[in-house]
Design a binder for this molecule. Structure first.
Ligand code: ZN
Length: 180
């Protein structure tokens, strides 16, 4: 998986960086950020049993989960426009798809994209991003935290900034040009 930095950069490339006037006055920036990292909340149940990686890259990394997540948010936040609801879905699914483009060192490789209809794991044939290291399955919370703050992960984030920074810059430029 890419780092949370990579996921957020990609999310904003999809939906646009929230305007400064929205940041403290609207829910939208919070929801966009939440959708960008929500699939990785599958670390939480593992943390409770002292094995954070236990359930990672499970059903939350699927198209079905993206749909359910979007419907639940749309029901809670009734003021979201149709476009915003679509962006929530696109950001969540974007996270899942970006995960398939990152190096994966532990089987099963990739994500269960079509769960629950198909248990197969999918990974892209090309690897664009380095893996954001977060310990191995069976490793305790302390080991996972040590791994997260490693030089390897600094390098992972640097690659993401180099690849996704220009993408975000280009999409923002395009949005500013577009008459709205
Ligand atoms: Zn993920």
């Amino acid at each position: 998986m890419p780092s949370p930095v990579g996921h957020v950069l990609f999310a904003f490339a999809i939906s646009g960086v929230p305007k400064s006037r929205e940041v403290f006055t609207r829910w939208w920036p919070v929801l966009a950020l939440f959708a960008a990292i929500a699939p990785d909340l599958d670390f939480l149940p593992g943390m409770l049993i002292g094995d954070p990686n236990r359930f990672h890259h499970g059903p939350t990394h699927s198209i079905t989960a993206a749909g359910v997540f979007t419907i639940v948010l749309a029901l809670i936040f009734r003021s979201l426009s149709k476009v915003q609801v679509f962006f929530i879905f696109a950001i969540y699914l974007g996270h899942v798809l970006v995960d398939t483009l990152a190096a994966d060192l532990g089987a099963p490789y990739g994500v269960p994209l079509l769960w629950p209809f198909d248990d197969q794991y999918y990974i892209a044939p090309v690897t664009l991003f380095s893996n954001f290291s977060h310990g191995a399955q069976g490793e305790g919370v302390a080991g996972v935290i040590r791994d997260i703050f490693s030089m390897h992960n600094l390098w992972t984030v640097a690659i993401e900034l180099a690849l996704l920074g220009p993408l975000l810059w280009l999409t923002e430029r395009y949005r500013r040009r577009k008459p709205s």
